[in-house]
Design a protein around this ligand. Sequence first.
Ligand SMILES: [Zn+2]
Length: 251
Amino acid sequence: MTDSVHDLSTPIADADAILIATGAGVSTETGIPDFRGPQGVWNTQRPVMYQDFLANEEDRITYWHQKVLAASTIEVAKPGAVHQACVVLEDAGKLEAIVTQNIDGLHTIAGSKNVVEVHGTGREATCLTCHMRSPVVPHLEAFTASQVPPRCECGGLLKPATISFGQQLDSMTMYKAMRAADRCDLVIAMGTTLSVHPAAQIPLQAAGRGIAYVIINQGETDHDGSPLVTLRIEAPVGPTFSQAVTQALAT
Ligand SMILES: [Zn+2]
């Protein structure tokens, strides 16, 4: 057992209500490209702003094209070590919530129940008029066949249930994230540079209550050097976190 695993297993063993904050780094381990990384959409495709999606059919076609391309990667991805270890923590009754910036739905697919997806999920589509949710895959298939952006039965525009550039976060989702931050007794941020707001505020809000704040990430984060961080681990998130969970539950 490495020092990092040991250092992390102790606060996990002591905690009863852990808040896990995850970002792209827990999913890149499963083969999903980081949207900020070299293969990510920020570098390979022009993002469609929410306002343009609402206003122009042409932009909606561009947007759905991008979603069809991204879906081929997301659909084959399987939950990784972090996703599995989060399920183990929840089953052990030690998890307050998972607050994730990821839209791949892998925490839910792994079997976690209390998942707060602050940037939404790409697994579902939502009607922008009546807000009805439905699985996204049939809409992707219909768009591929027709090249016509799908619409709801009510006539409203359908869009994958993710937060687009220029689109406001869902207030009820953010309320759930903040409530978890107010209730937890340990916060662990993993695989995130903590640079996307307001998602990055959630662990700080929790840590501001005086509880332990652990960051595991490969590469710098915006919270490095903050006096609120009690343990900073520079290591691959999957093996480190899953070994620490196993160790914590064995004690
Ligand atoms: Zn509708």
